[in-house]
Design a protein around this ligand. Sequence first.
Ligand SMILES: [Zn+2]
Length: 136
Amino acid sequence: MTTLAADLPQPQESPINAPMLAAWRDEGALALQRCEACERTVFYPRPMCPHCHAMRLVWTRASGTGRIVSYSRIHRGLPPVFRADAPIVLAEIALAEGSLMIARVITSGEVHAGMAVRLVSPRDALRYPLPTFEPA
Ligand SMILES: [Zn+2]
């Protein structure tokens, strides 16, 4: 059975995060906010830059690459819809653009801090409601 993103719990969409969710849903791309005042990237989506408090955040396309900072391989306690996929890997990822994000990494192999990851292909992105990575 192939699970589609629509079969999984959905992220709560708001005017603030809608561009990020649309980029993922429509193109399998990662959209990040960038501050026009300090030029740093921002994740998660928000109305004000957490670095300099400017309100001038614009949307940009991220490279979709990064490195694992830390991770958990989750074997038990998953909602029923995820149990067939167990164990799943959730990782803190340092994106190439400088932001940190928590995301799922699709792998049954070795995982370690410092490991390079990239977004799954746009075709595979259809299976996940949020940006999802794989070993690079
Ligand atoms: Zn800023």
